[in-house]
Design a protein around this ligand. Structure first.
Ligand SMILES: Cc1ncc(C[n+]2csc(CCOP(=O)(O)OP(=O)(O)O)c2C)c(N)n1
Ligand SMILES: [Mg+2]
Length: 327
């Protein structure tokens, strides 16, 4: 309780309310696009972020504007939490020129370096070495910035992840590897894929700090992330932050998640990060029901506006294919 109050105090009411709005925006975004895909209105495929909102929002709140994050095949929440405008994200999912990657990336490559997010990398574990390299760049240039790599539990069993953590440790790089442990890598339960209870224990193998936090309470996520991000920025100390969470949806849009254990589903569906935060806001008198209702209406309206914007935006032209290469 004391920890909670001190986090509330350090953030202040305006930031707390903005964090709630961001979490709600992610949830409603996911709910809306699910139908757009099922109706065949939106192309491609999607890996949705419902249930993990507190992870993205809590970590991103602890970052500075010039920091950079890297994400995965499941990047919608990270993009919105990092401040990529709804319209830019929605238009990208529609493959339109007004999208944050001009429609060339789609769902799995959301990002905008100007907003502090590298376009996401869908190769599992693939962004970890890239973000380690970004942190190496910061160190060589003497910039007080931090690179955060968001990965899933499954990614921590990939060689690329371990190489990245080792290099970050050996070179004292300002990197935090955030593992969103949602219990499953596609249809495989974490207990089948590895033999440790907490993925933060992997940090011991590299001589760096590892912390596990409850990923469905945004204030716990923020407090843990802030501590590690500050250490990375000030002392070039890399770390691993494991966030225990759950995806409240299938792995991708076709997945009815029939492989999930009944007891996992029952426990975690009752741990929805949105009501958890709503209860804190109400009980600590940070917001009242009238404000929550107002924000709900506002978020819905913004999402509809983004959908209309995306639908009305132009498709890329074939001759645009070879534009925008960085080399
Ligand atoms: C190197 C690699 N192997 C396999 C895949 C196919 N794949 C995409 S997502 C995924 C599961 C990843 O699980 P996890 O890292 O826990 O992330 P989550 O989906 O739970 O967010 C797999 C196997 C891939 N994209 N890249
Ligand atoms: Mg997973």
């Amino acid at each position: 309780m004391e920890d909670l109050r001190s986090t509330i105090h350090s953030l202040g009411y305006d930031r707390l309310r903005a964090m709630y709005q961001s979490m709600l925006t992610i949830r409603r975004f996911e709910e809306r696009i699910r139908f757009l895909f099922l109706e065949g209105i939106m192309p491609g495929t999607i890996h949705q972020y419902d249930g993990q909102e507190a992870c993205a929002v809590g970590v991103c709140e602890a970052l500075e504007k010039d920091d950079l994050i890297g994400s995965t095949h499941r990047p919608h929440g990270h993009a919105l939490a990092r401040g990529i405008p709804l319209k830019d994200a929605m238009a990208e999912l529609f493959g339109k020129t007004t999208g944050c990657c001009k429609g060339k990336g789609g769902s799995m490559h959301l990002g905008d370096v100007e907003k502090g997010m590298l376009p996401a990398v869908a190769i599992v574990g693939g962004n970890a070495p890239i973000m380690m390299g970004v942190a190496l760049g910061y160190r060589l240039q003497g910039l007080p910035r931090v690179a955060v790599s968001f990965v899933g539990d499954g990614a921590t069993n990939e060689g690329a992840f371990h190489e990245a953590v080792n290099m970050a440790s050996a070179n004292c790089l300002p990197t935090v590897f955030v593992i969103e442990n949602n219990l499953y890598g596609a249809s495989t339960h974490v207990d089948i894929a590895s033999n440790i209870a907490d993925f933060s224990l992997r940090a011991q193998g590299y001589g760096i700090e590892g912390v596990t936090a409850f990923g469905n309470n945004v204030l716990e996520v923020y407090a843990a992330a802030k501590g590690l991000i500050d250490k990375a920025r000030q002392g070039g100390r890399p770390s691993i932050l494991e966030l225990k969470t759950f995806r409240r949806c299938g792995h991708s849009r076709r997945d009815a998640r029939l492989y999930m254990k009944k007891e996992d589903v029952e426990y975690w569906m009752a741990q929805d990060p949105l009501p958890i935060f709503t209860n804190i806001l109400l009980s600590e008198k940070i917001a009242d029901q009238a404000w929550l209702d107002e924000i709900s209406t506002l978020v819905d309206a913004e999402i509809e506006e983004a959908v209309e914007f995306a639908k009305a935006s132009p498709d890329p032209k074939p001759e645009d294919t070879f534009n925008d290469f960085l080399i």
